[in-house]
Design a protein around this ligand. Structure first.
Ligand SMILES: Nc1ncnc2c1ncn2[C@@H]1O[C@H](COP(=O)(O)OP(=O)(O)OP(=O)(O)O)[C@@H](O)[C@H]1O
Length: 407
């Protein structure tokens, strides 16, 4: 067992390899090689994303895992057992399957759509429906939707039903094929966040196909980048992908800003915060004067509850009583230790003073950081990340590679 990437700043646990794709090739009858000698170790209880351009073999790979497509060569091992030795029906029951546009049965109510697999397994109607209602709550669907039909739901709501249906028989594995591609970006973000939360709660092993690299980086504990012809270009945790793309293809596929996006994986916990430039709104002129040093071009004024009110030049404060209405905006603060260095940098860039304001979970100011301090922290995090990557690669067998992430 080892620690792994956390899509929302949490450290996730990865327990071992659940699905081993061992030198698998798929050649369709017309001669198309969709997947070419692909080997991947898919870790247990985490999200592995298959990403790549259209036609690179993502769906074929996913379908080979539940034997909707049979490999031409190579083997797929589930928990160490060759999938060909398992009856297809029981194999598929152990793997929930979610597709784009949800693929719901239009003539069945939402509750009965979700209850489909439990009913097939012989559960009574009442028990299957009770399970379906429990899952509706888990995926964030209002109970009042239970008796509606799919056409009476929005696209995003239908996708939630699709996820609930796949989870109904509590399979250890979820296979998801571009499940969120057909919804708008805002709904999509909500569905992604929900999936991370569900994964965190339920500890499923999820194999997720997308052509969207941002989605892959956000969701993946591990990301497999495939190139046309179904060949593996790189298999790595997202932070490593961003910092060390294996070749030009991966680099191009990652797109612009990968340096900035990489900062999402660095915690702000090590960032050095200054508390000296913080003054309470009821401070006396003497107290304010005592805070002023050459290093502090601005003072952050906080309310009596400790929350930031705004920035001021020291001179404007030492002259007399603090007028909260005349302060410069402090912009958007970051939560120290919880948010990433990307968030801290964003705060500094947007701040009228160039300094970022750190707060605790209750929103009380805990310190401020200059852009220079954030740049130092970024250099430190890069060095630590490189070292961690080297150590992990030395310690772990190929494929069993994961690293820490913070968003
Ligand atoms: N049944 C089939 N017969 C012949 N060729 C096929 C078949 N299914 C898929 N292919 C081909 O295999 C290749 C890989 O297809 P696949 O659907 O796995 O790619 P993909 O990466 O999921 O693509 P997309 O992102 O466009 O969905 C493509 O060239 C496709 O045309």
């Amino acid at each position: 067992m080892w620690s792994s990437a956390g899509g929302n700043g949490q450290t996730r646990r990865v327990f071992g390899v659940l699905i081993r794709i061992d030198s698998v090739t798929k050649r369709y009858p017309d001669g198309t090689v969709a997947v070419d000698r692909l080997s991947l170790d898919i870790p247990d209880r985490s999200i592995t994303v298959l990403v790549g351009p259209s036609g690179c073999g993502k769906t074929t790979t996913l379908r080979m895992i539940n034997r909707m497509v049979e490999p031409t060569e190579g083997a797929i091992l589930i928990d160490g057992v060759d999938s060909r030795q398992q009856p297809v029906n029981s194999l598929r029951r152990s793997m929930g399957y979610v597709i784009q546009n949800a693929g719901l049965f239009q003539h069945r109510t939402i509750v009965d759509n979700i209850a489909t697999v439990p009913r097939l397994l012989g559960w009574s109607k009442d028990r299957a429906r009770a399970r379906a209602r429990e899952l509706m709550e888990r995926v964030g669907l209002d109970a009042s939707f239970a008796k509606r039909y799919p056409y009476q739901l929005s696209g995003g709501q239908q996708q939630r039903v699709g996820v609930a249906r796949a989870l109904a028989a509590d399979p250890p594995v979820l296979l998801m094929d571009e499940p969120f591609s057909a919804v708008d970006p805002v709904v999509r973000k909500g569905l992604q966040d929900e999936l991370l939360r569900i994964q965190e709660e339920l500890g499923k092993t999820i194999v997720f196909v997308t052509h969207d690299i941002d989605e892959a980086v956000k969701l993946g504990t591990m990301v497999a980048v495939l190139r046309t012809g179904g060949r593996l270009a790189q298999f790595a945790p997202p932070a490593e992908l961003l910092s060390e793309p294996a070749d030009e293809f991966v680099e191009d596929f990652l797109g612009a800003d990968r340096g900035i996006r990489r900062l999402s994986f660095f915690s702000s916990a090590e960032l050095e915060l200054l508390t000296a430039p913080i003054v309470a709104v009821d401070s006396t002129a003497e107290q304010i004067t005592a805070k002023v040093t050459a290093d502090v071009p601005y003072l952050l004024v906080t309310g009596l509850d400790g929350r930031p009110l705004g920035w001021s030049e020291p001179d404007a404060l030492t002259a007399g009583q603090i007028d909260a209405g005349r302060l410069l905006s402090y912009g958007r603060p970051f939560v120290a230790g919880q948010d990433s260095l990307r968030a801290a940098l964003d705060c500094a860039v947007l701040s009228p003073t160039g300094w970022a304001v750190a707060v605790d979970a209750e929103g009380r100011a805990t310190g401020v950081a200059s852009q220079a301090a954030i740049a130092d922290a970024i250099r430190g995090a890069h060095a630590a990340g490189r070292q961690e990557g080297r150590e992990r690669q030395e310690e772990q067998p190929a494929g069993e590679t994961v690293s820490k992430a913070v968003r």
